[in-house]
Design a protein around this ligand. Structure first.
Ligand code: ZN
Ligand code: ZN
Length: 128
């Protein structure tokens, strides 16, 4: 790799890992996944980069499941299902957020909607 600045490979590795994953990992999970590849990685670095990514709009915070924040590298609006039992966060890829929903929200409060977070919860098919 021809990147001379030391911070960038770690930053890139974290972002890439998050984008590759469909599991909506926590900071801790990302750390465990990346640690074998990057032995000098620290939890602080993972947290710091996740915060920067979120501020830059590169990742979103999907939900807090059992007290643990979960992240998504897919920032396009999509619907989630969260399992109350195993904590799985699943993309409902074939579901679309209907345009009527943000319009309805706007007419309720008279402002302007710029985003929508829609998630269902219950038991996933492995837990029923
Ligand atoms: Zn489950
Ligand atoms: Zn997602």
């Amino acid at each position: 790799m021809a990147v001379s600045q030391k911070h960038f490979p770690k930053r890139d590795a974290i972002l890439q890992q998050l984008r590759q994953s469909k599991a909506h990992p926590s900071a801790e999970t990302l750390f465990q996944l990346l640690k074998p590849e990057i032995p000098d990685l620290s939890m602080g670095t993972v947290y710091r980069n996740l915060n920067i990514f979120r501020q830059q709009g590169l990742v979103i915070s999907v939900a807090t499941v059992n007290g643990v924040e979960r992240f998504d590298g897919n920032t396009a609006p999509h619907v989630h299902f969260i399992c109350d039992d195993c904590g799985a966060v699943i993309d409902l890829e074939s579901m679309e957020i209907p345009d009527s929903l943000p319009r309805a929200a706007e007419s309720c409060m008279g402002g302007q909607v710029s985003g929508c977070n829609l998630s269902f919860n219950g038991k996933c098919k492995n837990c029923i």
